[in-house]
Each structure stands twice: as structure tokens, then as C-alpha cells.
Ligand binder design. Structure first.
Ligand code: TRP
Ligand code: SF4
Length: 333
């Protein structure tokens, strides 16, 4: 059997659904990894609008805009659209076509046993108990292998999808011959930033700070954060380890000397929570200000992001067309 034809540099593929503005969780989580990977790999980053449709098929208003804003966030955070291919999934038709072909050989039982499937149907109800949503991991597999990507940066929650992608690839290669490399995960190991209220950070809990959030709103949200309940008054000594404001200071890499000072000041009741939060708001804004400015500059030029996506589409199609032709030949279509 011929060995798979591989691109020269290993290729990375990843995507995000356009569900709304990105927040600090993305900025400190997936995005820095995406940015770093650009140095070592050919990267393909996809606005997964078809995947978004699996759950928002009945609330499509604003979806295109969400995609554009998301791409602005990506670029402002350091994704370089000249080095990396940045494109919209729905504009490269071979994603849908390859997903259909893969669907022929994926047992339904593989899909119903994916943990996130049952969970999501439990959470979102019959509304998402659709054929499309069941096929989410099949489409995701098509995304990755259409570029013969060998590496996929994912969070832990996506590992089962990637495992399934590997199984699908093995089955495809077993039936039709070695066309695709098995994609391997690059586990995104970022300590998880919890939400402002200490729960999991999620837009649906309203406990996030958006990358594009205006400074006043950032300050307001920081001021509203809970602190150590033992610190009712300024004189009450506190416990930084029980305070989310303190963990945010750590996340935003306060210099060790300043962290020590806050730690001591909190325990000895010499620094007040308001002052402590003022510092945190300033620290967060020091990170967000330049990103917000870059983002605004990008969006100020109305055709700019569309032009980037069009360039990405062209480059994506160039690869996808070749790989898809190989698929058709392997299957005998
Ligand atoms: N499922 C991903 C999300 O949660 C988006 C996505 C679509 C993706 N295709 C992918 C991620 C391929 C990695 C690889 O938004
Ligand atoms: Fe939290 Fe800072 Fe107040 Fe201590 S001083 S309880 S670390 S906000």
C-alpha cells in the first residue's frame, strides 16, 4: 500500500465556532497556543460556522458578524493571517462533502457513545437531538483530514472527539487505502482561569471579561468580584488563597515581589480589597488595551477581515481540492 502523501512541514488544524465574542479564557487558553504553533507548523485555523449551526440552526442572526469579530480577536491576539490560513468552513465545500463520505463508514454507535453528545442533549434537550449534531465529530474529522493535518491543538474536553477522529481515519485507511495520517492531539495545557464568580468561565454564566470589553466595564466587573468573606472590614485579615482576585493577579503574572506584597498586605490587613482590585483592573487592562486597539483598527476597515477570509478561502481550497481528489480516487468515485 502506498504511504500517505504528507505535506513538507507538519500541519496543524484547529477551529472555533463563532458563538460570540471571545473572552479572557480564550485569550489565556487556546489562543496563545495557536499563536505559538505558527512558528513550528503550517497552521490552518477555521471559523467553524457549520459546527455552530449544529446548535444554533434556529438562531442564525448575527452569525456572520460573530465570525468576523472572532477573526478580529484572533488576529489581535497574534494569529498572523499571512503565515496561517484563516478561513470560513462553509466556504470550502469539500468539508461537507468529505463529512458525507466519512458518514458512510462511521457506525452510529460510535457517535452516540461520545460523552459530550449525551451531555449536551441532556442539557439542551431534544432541540439538539438532530442528525447534524450527532454527526458533529464526523464533520470535525473531515475538517482536520481535508488538510492532512497531523496535529490538532485541543482542550481536554475535545480529546474524545480527537480519539474518534483517529478511529475514523483508521477505518477509512483500512477500507480505501492509506490516504490520511492519524491526527495527534497537542493538549493545550493551560491552567484554567475560573470565571469572575469562581465558577467555570462561561458566557452563559455571565462571569467573563471579553477581549474587546471596554475599560469601564472591566473595572466595574473587577470591582464586583467576591473576595475572601473573612474580610468584611479593612482591619480584618484575609486569606489570599481563598480569593479569586488574588488568583487573577497570579494569572495575569503580577511580578513576584508585588504578589508577595499583596499576600502580606491581605494577611496583615494593610491593603484594602478596593485597592487590590484597582491594581487588578489595571493589570488586566494593560493586557487588553493593545489587543482592543488592534482589533478596533482591523474592524474600522470594513472589508479588511472579509479580504483576509477570502485569501484564506483561496489557500484552503487549493489544498482541499487536491486531497479531495485523492479521496475520490481512493473510493473510486
Ligand atoms: N469543535 C470545535 C469547537 O469547540 C471547533 C472545531 C471545528 C474544531 N472543527 C475542528 C477544533 C477541528 C479542532 C479541530 O468550537
Ligand atoms: Fe482578595 Fe486582595 Fe481583598 Fe485579599 S486584599 S481578600 S487578595 S481582594
Amino acid at each position: 500500500m502506498p504511504s500517505p502523501k504528507l505535506p513538507l512541514r507538519e500541519r496543524v488544524f484547529s477551529g472555533m465556532r463563532p458563538t460570540g465574542r471571545l473572552h479572557l479564557g480564550h485569550l489565556l487558553g487556546a489562543l496563545p497556543n495557536w499563536v505559538k504553533l505558527q512558528d513550528e507548523y503550517d497552521c490552518v485555523y477555521c471559523v467553524a460556522d457549520l459546527h455552530a449551526l449544529t446548535t444554533r440552526y434556529d438562531s442564525v442572526a448575527g452569525m456572520k458578524r460573530d465570525g468576523i469579530e472572532m477573526v478580529a480577536d484572533w488576529i489581535a491576539a497574534g494569529i498572523d493571517p499571512e503565515r496561517s490560513i484563516v478561513f470560513r468552513q462553509s466556504e470550502v465545500k469539500a468539508h461537507s462533502e468529505l463529512a458525507l463520505l466519512l458518514g458512510m463508514l462511521v457506525p452510529v454507535s460510535w457517535l452516540t457513545r461520545v460523552p459530550s453528545y449525551k451531555e449536551m442533549v441532556g442539557e439542551l434537550g431534544e432541540r439538539v437531538a438532530t442528525f447534524g449534531f450527532l454527526g458533529y465529530p464526523v464533520l470535525q474529522t473531515a475538517d482536520i483530514i481535508l488538510y492532512k493535518a497531523s496535529r490538532v491543538p485541543v482542550g481536554e474536553d475535545q480529546l474524545s472527539h480527537l480519539e474518534l477522529a483517529r478511529e475514523i481515519v483508521r477505518r477509512f485507511n483500512g477500507v480505501y487505502g492509506d490516504v490520511f495520517p492519524e491526527p495527534k492531539a497537542i493538549l493545550t495545557e493551560t491552567p484554567r482561569l475560573v470565571g469572575l464568580d469562581g465558577r467555570k468561565m462561561s458566557k452563559s454564566y455571565g462571569n467573563t471579561i471579553d477581549i474587546a470589553e471596554d475599560p469601564e466595564s472591566v473595572s466595574k466587573k473587577v470591582m464586583a468580584m467576591f473576595t475572601d468573606p473573612a474580610r468584611q472590614r479593612l482591619k480584618d485579615p484575609g486569606h489570599p488563597e481563598r480569593c479569586n482576585v488574588f488568583s487573577y493577579h497570579q494569572f495575569f503574572e503580577a511580578p513576584p515581589a508585588e504578589l508577595d506584597e499583596i499576600d502580606r498586605g491581605c494577611r496583615e490587613a494593610t491593603i484594602g480589597c478596593t485597592a487590590c482590585k484597582d491594581r487588578l483592573a489595571a493589570r488586566i487592562l494593560a493586557v487588553l488595551d493593545p489587543i482592543r486597539e488592534k482589533r478596533e483598527a482591523l474592524l474600522a476597515d470594513p472589508g479588511r477581515i472579509e479580504a483576509i477570509l477570502e485569501d484564506g478561502r483561496r489557500r484552503a481550497v487549493a489544498i482541499a481540492t487536491d486531497v479531495f481528489a485523492e479521496v475520490c480516487e481512493a473510493i473510486g468515485l
